[in-house]
Write a protein that binds this ligand. Structure first.
Ligand code: ASP
Length: 294
């Protein structure tokens, strides 16, 4: 918590795929350090957009989560990566889907936003864009990808098992941004794309709210996901109720999910209907909180 007069807020998640009874101490330590570092960036006046990109870049590199280095292969035996980023003030957005073998899909997503007229590049086209713009590639996929913390080899075939990373932030200028990245659900078919790279269901930022979702992507997409929360919040529904309504809809459709959201007024929501969600949050109004199940 800062003593500055300027307001900011940050929330991070490491996925709603946490399994009750498992130990996530190392993940929580990582989230604590990352949230502290990112808070310092916001306190120093960095933009929400840069901070969510920095946060997700580190989450992807760590190998602790089902994103970037910790991604699991699809049923054809190789990793496909999804990521998206959105900037609230101008609604600019960029995303990649089914991208193969780049260290930081979120950076490529930011590149799509900054360097192309498009929002989403997928498959070989996303790879060609990443190569052309010299994003860091995975040289030896067989040696690079690792099993994330709390995931067993058996679960790699279980399509209900999943994980994702995300970050949402409000900066001192009042701008909001959101970013999300995933290796997808385990046991997914080749070419399967979930909610994470979709601006609307998986990631959303506008003038009043920034949201990153995690959970079973098919049900998140069918629920409307993040943008349905934003619409409800703008219409006057409280933040908690807006998030809970979306989670209830995901559950009714047979899935589970977690959501992190921050508002232009520094309110933070971190809610889920799975066993747990690895997460951290801090703002000028709230001391750092890091937890998985509580
Ligand atoms: N939503 C992600 C997907 O369906 C997975 C997750 O968040 O755990 O690809």
């Amino acid at each position: 918590m800062s003593t500055s007069n300027e307001r900011y807020a940050l929330a991070l998640h490491g996925g709603a795929g946490a399994v009750a009874g498992r130990n996530y101490d190392s993940v929580e330590q990582h989230l604590k350090k990352l949230a502290t570092d990112c808070e310092a960036l916001l306190a120093a006046g960095q933009s929400a957009l840069d901070v969510v990109e920095v946060a997700v870049t580190e989450l992807e590199r760590s190998g602790l989560y089902v994103a970037g280095r910790g991604s699991a292969p699809n049923t054809a035996g190789y990793v496909e990566l999804d990521a998206s980023i959105m900037h609230g003030p101008d609604r600019k957005a960029g995303a990649v889907a089914a991208l193969r073998d780049f260290i930081n899909p979120i950076r490529v997503a930011r590149g799509v936003m900054d360097k192309t007229p498009h929002v989403l590049l997928a498959g070989p086209g996303a790879g060609a864009f990443a190569r052309k713009n010299s994003y860091e590639a995975v040289v030896e996929p067989g040696n690079y990808y690792v099993l994330p913390v709390g995931v067993t080899a058996d679960e790699l075939l279980d399509s209900n098992a999943h994980g994702t990373v995300g970050a949402v932030a409000l900066d001192q200028s009042g701008a909001l941004a959101a970013a999300t990245s995933t290796g997808g659900t385990f046991g997914k078919l080749e070419g399967r794309v979930g909610d994470t790279p979709l601006i609307g269901p998986g990631t959303w930022a506008d003038d009043t709210i920034a949201i990153s979702c995690t959970g079973t992507g098919e049900q998140i997409i069918r629920s409307g996901g993040a943008v349905s929360i934003a619409c409800a919040y703008k219409s006057g529904v409280t933040l908690e109720a807006a998030v809970q309504d979306m989670l209830d809809e995901v559950q009714r459709l047979g899935g589970d999910a977690g959501v992190i959201a921050v508002t232009h007024e520094t309110a933070i929501a971190t809610l889920y209907n799975s066993d747990g969600m690895k997460r951290a949050s801090v703002s000028t109004a709230q001391a750092l909180r890091v937890t998985t199940f509580a």
